[in-house]
Write a protein that binds this ligand. Structure first.
Ligand code: 8YV
Length: 321
């Protein structure tokens, strides 16, 4: 049916029914032969609702001649080829702001878990080892400076929380930001030298691939902690594993990985790393808000009022779809 929404993976029942009340939805995950279904409906698809981390590349979008909108579930949209979309007049939307506080909360949790080794302390209790001896003394947040790579919306929410913990905050990114009270470092290595906890919360994609490399980890130093809540692609994972094994840095807390959901055995084998399964925004409250923004973007665009949160690479104007 014309004007269809392609849904490769499911939104919740509420999200699907809100869309279905207005538009036909092609539920690709239900198709016995997704390729054949895609060929059969290609002309009808005008938008895609993207959930999960599958790539939305030019090869897929190019098969859909009437595609006008890709609504991404997530603030990060590195899995969507926005350069292709921009060239072909396709608008991409994402879900900014609604997850800022959740991801920042998770980040502080991951920092505390990593520095104070709380998961290992909990395992100590569960294994009955407390009866034999107290848990070891750990490193501390005290006298540490937090360096934030990527002081965007989420980075600022993390910084506010760090301030409340009494931790000095510094940052690096493409440029210094006016009106920001934190010290700016023009280079990542420079900031890594100056801070003790390096928090990675910059966008993924070609421009940031492996920017946290062996040199940055060396600069972070033997008491340094790496926290990654952005994308696995920003960190050279082989260099990180080596740095953790050799104690070039003290520890790492990772919510994201190079090849999710597969986690390198070398990381699983290490004691000085805390591992989370990409749960930064994964509360019921926040995932509901993110889904609602996906739905609202599609419905607003369909009604001619334009998408609510287009990405900067594909701005919307009233004469455009
Ligand atoms: C989600 C995220 O895990 O918003 C993002 O960029 O990485 C997370 O909030 C992801 O979008 C779920 O697919």
């Amino acid at each position: 049916m014309p004007n269809s929404v392609l849904m490769p993976r499911p939104l919740t029942a509420s999200g699907i029914s809100q869309l279905e009340a207005r538009l036909p939805v092609v539920k690709l995950w239900e198709a016995a032969d997704p390729e054949a279904t895609l060929n059969a409906v290609a002309q009808d698809i005008r938008s895609i609702a993207v959930v999960g981390h599958g790539a939305i590349d030019g090869a897929l979008m190019g098969r859909l001649p009437n595609l006008q909108l890709v609504a991404n579930f997530g603030v990060g949209y590195d899995a969507v080829d926005t350069a292709w979309a921009a060239q072909h007049g396709v608008i991409v939307t994402h879900t900014p702001n609604v997850l800022n506080e959740e991801v920042a909360d998770t980040t502080l949790g991951l920092i505390l878990n990593t520095v104070r080794e709380l998961p290992a302390a909990e395992r100590h209790v569960r294994a009955g080892q407390w009866l034999d001896k107290p848990f070891r003394l750990t490193s501390s947040l005290r006298e540490r400076t937090v360096g934030i790579l990527g002081l965007g919306r989420i980075g600022k929410a993390i910084a506010t929380r760090c301030e409340a913990f009494g931790l000095p905050v510094v940052y690096t990114g493409r440029s210094a930001q006016a009106g920001v009270p934190y010290l700016y470092y023009p280079t990542l290595v420079g900031m890594a030298e100056a801070c003790d906890i390096l928090v990675v919360i910059a966008p993924g994609g070609a421009a940031t691939r492996n920017i946290v490399d062996a040199a940055v980890l060396k600069a972070l130093g033997p008491s340094g902690i790496l926290i990654n809540v952005a994308r696995g692609s920003l960190v050279d994972e082989a260099a990180l594993i080596e740095a953790l094994q050799n104690h070039t840095i003290l520890a790492a807390g990772l919510d994201v990985f190079a090849d999710e959901p597969r986690v390198s055995q070398a990381l699983l084998d290490l004691d000085n790393v805390v591992l989370l399964p990409h749960v930064g925004s994964a509360s019921q409250h926040t995932r509901k808000a993110m889904e609602q923004l996906v739905v609202d973007n599609i419905l607003s665009w369909d009604s001619g009022n334009g998408p609510l949160t287009p990405v900067p690479e594909t701005p919307w104007s009233p004469n455009k779809g």
